[in-house]
Write a protein that binds this ligand. Sequence first.
Ligand code: NAD
Ligand code: COI
Length: 331
Amino acid sequence: MKIFAYGIRDDEKPSLKDWEAANPEIEVDYTQELLTPETAKLAAGADSAVVYQQLDYTRETLEALAAVGVTNLSLRNVGTDNIDFDAARELKFNISNVPVYSPNAIAEHSMIQLSRLLRRTKPMDEKVVRHDLRWAPTIGREMRMQTVGIIGTGHIGRVAINILKGFGAKVIAYDKYPNAELQAEGLYVDSLDELFAQADAISLYVPGVPENQHLINADSIAKMKDGVVLVNVARGNLMDLDAVIDGLNSGKIADFAMDVYENEVGLFNKDWEGKEFPDPKIADLIARDNVLVTPHIAFYTTKAVQEMVHQSFDAAVAFAKGETPAIAVKY
Ligand code: NAD
Ligand code: COI
Protein backbone atom coordinates (compact mmCIF):
# COMPACT_ATOMS: atom_id res chain seq x y z
CA MET A 1 0.00 0.00 0.00
CA LYS A 2 1.28 3.49 -0.84
CA ILE A 3 0.30 6.91 0.53
CA PHE A 4 1.37 10.10 -1.24
CA ALA A 5 1.33 13.39 0.72
CA TYR A 6 1.29 16.94 -0.63
CA GLY A 7 2.49 20.17 0.98
CA ILE A 8 4.59 18.50 3.69
CA ARG A 9 6.31 21.21 5.76
CA ASP A 10 9.60 20.77 7.62
CA ASP A 11 7.78 20.98 10.99
CA GLU A 12 5.60 18.01 9.97
CA LYS A 13 8.54 15.73 9.09
CA PRO A 14 9.25 14.45 12.66
CA SER A 15 5.57 13.40 13.01
CA LEU A 16 5.68 11.79 9.59
CA LYS A 17 8.82 9.89 10.58
CA ASP A 18 7.12 8.61 13.77
CA TRP A 19 4.12 7.48 11.77
CA GLU A 20 6.30 5.71 9.20
CA ALA A 21 8.22 3.95 11.99
CA ALA A 22 4.94 2.70 13.47
CA ASN A 23 3.64 1.62 10.05
CA PRO A 24 6.65 0.06 8.28
CA GLU A 25 4.46 -1.93 5.89
CA ILE A 26 3.11 1.26 4.26
CA GLU A 27 5.13 2.99 1.54
CA VAL A 28 5.08 6.77 1.99
CA ASP A 29 6.21 9.39 -0.49
CA TYR A 30 5.68 13.15 -0.30
CA THR A 31 6.36 16.53 -1.82
CA GLN A 32 6.43 20.08 -0.47
CA GLU A 33 4.31 21.13 -3.44
CA LEU A 34 0.58 21.63 -3.04
CA LEU A 35 -2.03 19.56 -4.88
CA THR A 36 -2.89 21.23 -8.20
CA PRO A 37 -4.00 19.90 -11.61
CA GLU A 38 -0.30 19.95 -12.55
CA THR A 39 1.07 18.15 -9.46
CA ALA A 40 -1.73 15.54 -9.27
CA LYS A 41 0.34 13.14 -11.41
CA LEU A 42 2.93 12.87 -8.62
CA ALA A 43 0.43 10.67 -6.75
CA ALA A 44 0.26 8.10 -9.56
CA GLY A 45 0.50 4.61 -8.11
CA ALA A 46 -0.65 5.67 -4.62
CA ASP A 47 -3.75 4.28 -2.92
CA SER A 48 -4.55 7.52 -1.05
CA ALA A 49 -3.39 11.13 -1.04
CA VAL A 50 -2.90 13.25 2.11
CA VAL A 51 -3.19 17.04 1.80
CA TYR A 52 -3.38 20.35 3.63
CA GLN A 53 -3.66 23.62 1.79
CA GLN A 54 -5.70 26.80 1.50
CA LEU A 55 -5.73 26.42 -2.31
CA ASP A 56 -9.07 25.11 -3.57
CA TYR A 57 -9.55 21.45 -4.41
CA THR A 58 -11.26 22.30 -7.71
CA ARG A 59 -13.04 20.00 -10.15
CA GLU A 60 -9.96 20.21 -12.39
CA THR A 61 -7.67 19.18 -9.50
CA LEU A 62 -9.92 16.31 -8.40
CA GLU A 63 -10.29 15.10 -12.00
CA ALA A 64 -6.50 15.15 -12.42
CA LEU A 65 -6.07 13.10 -9.23
CA ALA A 66 -8.80 10.64 -10.24
CA ALA A 67 -7.15 10.34 -13.67
CA VAL A 68 -4.05 8.84 -12.00
CA GLY A 69 -6.28 6.46 -10.03
CA VAL A 70 -6.41 8.25 -6.66
CA THR A 71 -9.88 8.92 -5.21
CA ASN A 72 -9.03 8.70 -1.49
CA LEU A 73 -8.21 12.14 -0.11
CA SER A 74 -7.31 12.74 3.55
CA LEU A 75 -7.04 16.36 4.74
CA ARG A 76 -4.61 17.11 7.58
CA ASN A 77 -6.83 19.98 8.84
CA VAL A 78 -10.47 20.65 9.77
CA GLY A 79 -11.79 22.93 7.03
CA THR A 80 -13.46 21.32 4.02
CA ASP A 81 -14.92 24.54 2.60
CA ASN A 82 -12.34 24.61 -0.25
CA ILE A 83 -13.48 21.30 -1.79
CA ASP A 84 -15.73 21.11 -4.88
CA PHE A 85 -18.06 18.54 -3.32
CA ASP A 86 -20.20 18.20 -6.49
CA ALA A 87 -17.12 17.11 -8.41
CA ALA A 88 -15.94 14.92 -5.51
CA ARG A 89 -19.34 13.18 -5.44
CA GLU A 90 -19.37 12.56 -9.20
CA LEU A 91 -15.81 11.21 -9.08
CA LYS A 92 -16.68 9.06 -6.02
CA PHE A 93 -13.99 10.52 -3.76
CA ASN A 94 -13.61 9.29 -0.18
CA ILE A 95 -12.64 12.31 1.94
CA SER A 96 -11.57 12.66 5.55
CA ASN A 97 -10.51 15.63 7.69
CA VAL A 98 -9.16 16.03 11.25
CA PRO A 99 -12.00 17.74 13.14
CA VAL A 100 -10.36 17.52 16.58
CA TYR A 101 -6.55 17.55 16.69
CA SER A 102 -5.82 19.45 19.90
CA PRO A 103 -8.45 21.85 21.26
CA ASN A 104 -5.95 22.72 24.02
CA ALA A 105 -3.57 24.29 21.51
CA ILE A 106 -6.12 26.88 20.42
CA ALA A 107 -7.75 27.39 23.83
CA GLU A 108 -4.37 27.90 25.52
CA HIS A 109 -3.27 30.45 22.95
CA SER A 110 -6.47 32.44 23.40
CA MET A 111 -6.15 32.47 27.18
CA ILE A 112 -2.44 33.35 27.03
CA GLN A 113 -3.36 36.33 24.85
CA LEU A 114 -6.14 37.34 27.23
CA SER A 115 -3.71 37.16 30.18
CA ARG A 116 -1.11 39.18 28.26
CA LEU A 117 -3.68 41.88 27.49
CA LEU A 118 -4.82 42.05 31.10
CA ARG A 119 -1.23 42.33 32.40
CA ARG A 120 -0.21 44.72 29.58
CA THR A 121 2.83 42.60 28.72
CA LYS A 122 3.31 44.14 25.28
CA PRO A 123 4.08 47.71 26.48
CA MET A 124 5.80 46.28 29.59
CA ASP A 125 8.17 44.11 27.52
CA GLU A 126 8.89 47.02 25.17
CA LYS A 127 9.71 49.21 28.18
CA VAL A 128 12.12 46.61 29.56
CA VAL A 129 13.86 46.26 26.19
CA ARG A 130 14.38 50.08 26.32
CA HIS A 131 15.95 49.52 29.81
CA ASP A 132 13.05 51.38 31.46
CA LEU A 133 12.46 49.26 34.56
CA ARG A 134 9.84 51.46 36.22
CA TRP A 135 6.49 49.90 37.25
CA ALA A 136 4.16 52.61 35.99
CA PRO A 137 2.14 53.00 33.88
CA THR A 138 1.70 49.32 32.98
CA ILE A 139 -0.40 48.28 35.95
CA GLY A 140 -2.28 45.04 35.27
CA ARG A 141 -5.68 43.57 35.99
CA GLU A 142 -6.32 40.18 37.65
CA MET A 143 -8.09 37.38 35.87
CA ARG A 144 -10.16 36.49 38.97
CA MET A 145 -11.69 39.98 38.91
CA GLN A 146 -13.02 39.47 35.35
CA THR A 147 -16.30 38.12 34.06
CA VAL A 148 -15.24 36.36 30.88
CA GLY A 149 -17.85 35.65 28.20
CA ILE A 150 -17.25 32.55 26.08
CA ILE A 151 -19.14 32.42 22.79
CA GLY A 152 -19.25 28.81 21.55
CA THR A 153 -18.79 25.93 24.00
CA GLY A 154 -17.65 23.19 21.61
CA HIS A 155 -14.30 21.41 21.85
CA ILE A 156 -12.14 24.54 22.13
CA GLY A 157 -14.52 26.77 24.11
CA ARG A 158 -14.83 24.09 26.81
CA VAL A 159 -11.05 23.87 27.27
CA ALA A 160 -10.90 27.67 27.50
CA ILE A 161 -13.55 27.53 30.25
CA ASN A 162 -11.48 25.04 32.24
CA ILE A 163 -8.40 27.24 31.95
CA LEU A 164 -10.42 30.25 33.13
CA LYS A 165 -11.74 28.27 36.11
CA GLY A 166 -8.10 27.61 37.09
CA PHE A 167 -7.48 31.36 37.08
CA GLY A 168 -10.57 31.90 39.23
CA ALA A 169 -12.36 34.06 36.65
CA LYS A 170 -16.15 34.23 36.59
CA VAL A 171 -17.20 32.50 33.37
CA ILE A 172 -20.41 33.07 31.46
CA ALA A 173 -21.13 31.35 28.18
CA TYR A 174 -23.47 31.31 25.22
CA ASP A 175 -23.99 28.54 22.67
CA LYS A 176 -26.83 27.85 20.26
CA TYR A 177 -26.66 24.23 21.43
CA PRO A 178 -25.77 24.29 25.13
CA ASN A 179 -23.65 21.52 26.62
CA ALA A 180 -25.54 19.57 29.33
CA GLU A 181 -22.64 19.58 31.82
CA LEU A 182 -22.06 23.33 31.55
CA GLN A 183 -25.81 23.90 31.73
CA ALA A 184 -25.92 21.99 35.01
CA GLU A 185 -23.16 24.28 36.28
CA GLY A 186 -25.33 27.30 35.40
CA LEU A 187 -22.69 28.89 33.16
CA TYR A 188 -24.99 29.84 30.31
CA VAL A 189 -26.70 33.15 29.78
CA ASP A 190 -29.85 33.12 27.64
CA SER A 191 -28.69 35.35 24.82
CA LEU A 192 -25.65 36.93 23.21
CA ASP A 193 -26.99 40.33 24.28
CA GLU A 194 -26.90 39.20 27.89
CA LEU A 195 -23.31 38.04 27.47
CA PHE A 196 -22.35 41.33 25.81
CA ALA A 197 -23.91 43.29 28.70
CA GLN A 198 -22.19 41.30 31.49
CA ALA A 199 -18.74 40.36 30.20
CA ASP A 200 -15.54 42.30 30.94
CA ALA A 201 -13.75 40.16 28.36
CA ILE A 202 -15.17 38.16 25.45
CA SER A 203 -13.54 35.28 23.57
CA LEU A 204 -15.00 33.56 20.50
CA TYR A 205 -15.01 29.84 19.61
CA VAL A 206 -17.68 29.53 16.90
CA PRO A 207 -17.20 28.55 13.25
CA GLY A 208 -17.01 31.14 10.48
CA VAL A 209 -20.13 29.86 8.75
CA PRO A 210 -22.13 32.45 6.75
CA GLU A 211 -24.72 32.96 9.53
CA ASN A 212 -21.90 34.00 11.90
CA GLN A 213 -20.48 36.59 9.47
CA HIS A 214 -19.67 39.77 11.45
CA LEU A 215 -21.24 38.46 14.65
CA ILE A 216 -19.15 41.19 16.26
CA ASN A 217 -20.16 44.45 14.60
CA ALA A 218 -20.91 48.07 15.51
CA ASP A 219 -24.30 47.11 17.01
CA SER A 220 -22.97 44.24 19.14
CA ILE A 221 -19.97 46.30 20.28
CA ALA A 222 -22.35 49.06 21.40
CA LYS A 223 -24.03 46.50 23.68
CA MET A 224 -20.75 45.60 25.39
CA LYS A 225 -19.31 47.12 28.57
CA ASP A 226 -17.08 50.17 28.19
CA GLY A 227 -13.46 49.01 28.20
CA VAL A 228 -14.27 45.46 27.09
CA VAL A 229 -11.41 43.12 26.09
CA LEU A 230 -11.93 41.07 22.90
CA VAL A 231 -10.14 37.91 21.79
CA ASN A 232 -10.70 36.20 18.43
CA VAL A 233 -8.82 33.01 17.61
CA ALA A 234 -11.77 31.44 15.76
CA ARG A 235 -12.29 32.98 12.32
CA GLY A 236 -11.63 36.44 10.88
CA ASN A 237 -15.07 36.81 9.32
CA LEU A 238 -16.70 36.66 12.78
CA MET A 239 -15.66 40.30 13.24
CA ASP A 240 -16.29 43.49 11.34
CA LEU A 241 -12.72 44.67 11.84
CA ASP A 242 -13.57 48.28 10.95
CA ALA A 243 -16.11 48.32 13.79
CA VAL A 244 -13.47 46.83 16.12
CA ILE A 245 -10.97 49.52 15.09
CA ASP A 246 -13.62 52.21 15.74
CA GLY A 247 -14.17 50.62 19.16
CA LEU A 248 -10.44 50.71 19.90
CA ASN A 249 -10.21 54.33 18.77
CA SER A 250 -13.08 55.41 21.01
CA GLY A 251 -11.86 53.36 24.00
CA LYS A 252 -15.05 51.29 24.03
CA ILE A 253 -12.73 48.32 23.41
CA ALA A 254 -9.76 48.53 25.78
CA ASP A 255 -7.71 45.65 24.38
CA PHE A 256 -7.91 43.23 21.47
CA ALA A 257 -6.15 40.02 20.44
CA MET A 258 -6.62 38.54 16.98
CA ASP A 259 -5.14 35.34 15.56
CA VAL A 260 -7.37 35.32 12.51
CA TYR A 261 -8.25 37.95 9.93
CA GLU A 262 -10.92 38.02 7.24
CA ASN A 263 -8.29 38.81 4.55
CA GLU A 264 -5.49 36.66 5.97
CA VAL A 265 -4.95 34.44 2.90
CA GLY A 266 -1.75 35.66 1.19
CA LEU A 267 -0.85 37.78 4.24
CA PHE A 268 -0.30 35.37 7.12
CA ASN A 269 2.49 32.75 7.17
CA LYS A 270 4.65 34.97 4.92
CA ASP A 271 7.79 36.96 5.79
CA TRP A 272 7.08 40.70 5.38
CA GLU A 273 10.27 41.89 7.09
CA GLY A 274 11.57 45.00 5.33
CA LYS A 275 8.48 45.14 3.11
CA GLU A 276 5.29 47.13 3.37
CA PHE A 277 2.15 45.19 4.32
CA PRO A 278 -0.37 45.18 1.46
CA ASP A 279 -2.98 45.90 4.13
CA PRO A 280 -2.55 49.10 6.17
CA LYS A 281 -5.15 47.94 8.73
CA ILE A 282 -2.81 45.18 9.92
CA ALA A 283 0.16 47.56 10.18
CA ASP A 284 -2.00 49.93 12.24
CA LEU A 285 -3.18 47.17 14.59
CA ILE A 286 0.29 45.68 15.07
CA ALA A 287 1.62 49.12 16.07
CA ARG A 288 -0.89 49.51 18.92
CA ASP A 289 0.15 48.80 22.54
CA ASN A 290 -3.25 47.34 23.36
CA VAL A 291 -3.53 44.99 20.38
CA LEU A 292 -1.92 41.58 19.91
CA VAL A 293 -1.80 40.20 16.38
CA THR A 294 -0.70 36.61 15.70
CA PRO A 295 -0.74 35.04 12.21
CA HIS A 296 -3.21 32.14 12.72
CA ILE A 297 -0.85 30.21 14.95
CA ALA A 298 -3.22 29.22 17.77
CA PHE A 299 -3.23 25.66 16.42
CA TYR A 300 0.52 25.57 15.82
CA THR A 301 1.93 23.23 18.47
CA THR A 302 3.96 20.06 18.16
CA LYS A 303 1.04 18.03 19.56
CA ALA A 304 -1.52 19.49 17.14
CA VAL A 305 0.76 19.03 14.13
CA GLN A 306 1.48 15.44 15.23
CA GLU A 307 -2.26 14.69 15.53
CA MET A 308 -2.98 16.28 12.13
CA VAL A 309 -0.34 14.10 10.47
CA HIS A 310 -1.06 10.86 12.35
CA GLN A 311 -4.87 11.02 12.13
CA SER A 312 -4.86 11.92 8.42
CA PHE A 313 -2.41 9.13 7.52
CA ASP A 314 -4.41 6.61 9.58
CA ALA A 315 -7.56 7.65 7.69
CA ALA A 316 -5.73 7.38 4.35
CA VAL A 317 -4.79 3.78 5.20
CA ALA A 318 -8.35 2.97 6.27
CA PHE A 319 -9.72 4.27 2.94
CA ALA A 320 -7.08 2.28 1.05
CA LYS A 321 -8.26 -0.88 2.88
CA GLY A 322 -11.85 -0.16 1.84
CA GLU A 323 -12.82 0.87 5.38
CA THR A 324 -14.58 4.06 6.51
CA PRO A 325 -12.53 5.89 9.15
CA ALA A 326 -14.42 7.61 11.98
CA ILE A 327 -13.21 10.97 10.61
CA ALA A 328 -14.57 10.38 7.09
CA VAL A 329 -16.42 13.47 5.85
CA LYS A 330 -20.11 12.73 5.22
CA TYR A 331 -21.11 14.67 2.15
P1 NAD B 1 -16.97 22.93 17.66
O1 NAD B 1 -17.75 22.60 16.45
O2 NAD B 1 -16.59 21.85 18.60
O3 NAD B 1 -17.76 24.07 18.50
C1 NAD B 1 -18.35 25.17 17.93
C2 NAD B 1 -19.53 25.58 18.81
O4 NAD B 1 -20.03 26.82 18.35
C3 NAD B 1 -20.69 24.59 18.78
O5 NAD B 1 -21.01 24.19 20.10
C4 NAD B 1 -21.84 25.38 18.15
O6 NAD B 1 -23.11 25.04 18.66
C5 NAD B 1 -21.45 26.80 18.51
N1 NAD B 1 -22.00 27.86 17.68
C6 NAD B 1 -22.00 27.97 16.34
N2 NAD B 1 -22.53 29.16 15.97
C7 NAD B 1 -22.87 29.81 17.12
C8 NAD B 1 -23.44 31.07 17.39
N3 NAD B 1 -23.77 31.93 16.41
N4 NAD B 1 -23.67 31.41 18.68
C9 NAD B 1 -23.34 30.55 19.67
N5 NAD B 1 -22.78 29.34 19.47
C10 NAD B 1 -22.55 28.98 18.20
O7 NAD B 1 -15.69 23.70 17.14
P2 NAD B 1 -14.29 23.83 17.87
O8 NAD B 1 -13.45 22.65 17.57
O9 NAD B 1 -14.50 24.25 19.27
O10 NAD B 1 -13.67 25.05 17.03
C11 NAD B 1 -14.23 26.34 17.09
C12 NAD B 1 -13.64 27.19 15.99
O11 NAD B 1 -12.27 27.48 16.27
C13 NAD B 1 -13.56 26.49 14.62
O12 NAD B 1 -14.79 26.57 13.96
C14 NAD B 1 -12.50 27.28 13.92
O13 NAD B 1 -13.10 28.37 13.26
C15 NAD B 1 -11.64 27.81 15.05
N6 NAD B 1 -10.28 27.26 15.02
C16 NAD B 1 -9.22 28.11 15.01
C17 NAD B 1 -7.93 27.61 14.98
C18 NAD B 1 -6.72 28.50 14.98
O14 NAD B 1 -5.58 28.01 14.79
N7 NAD B 1 -6.85 29.81 15.17
C19 NAD B 1 -7.72 26.23 14.97
C20 NAD B 1 -8.83 25.37 14.99
C21 NAD B 1 -10.11 25.90 15.03
C1 COI C 1 -8.33 24.94 11.62
O1 COI C 1 -7.94 23.76 11.72
O2 COI C 1 -9.54 25.21 11.42
C2 COI C 1 -7.39 26.05 11.75
O3 COI C 1 -7.81 27.17 11.88
C3 COI C 1 -5.94 25.76 11.70
C4 COI C 1 -5.45 25.58 10.27
C5 COI C 1 -4.81 26.85 9.80
C6 COI C 1 -4.46 24.46 10.20
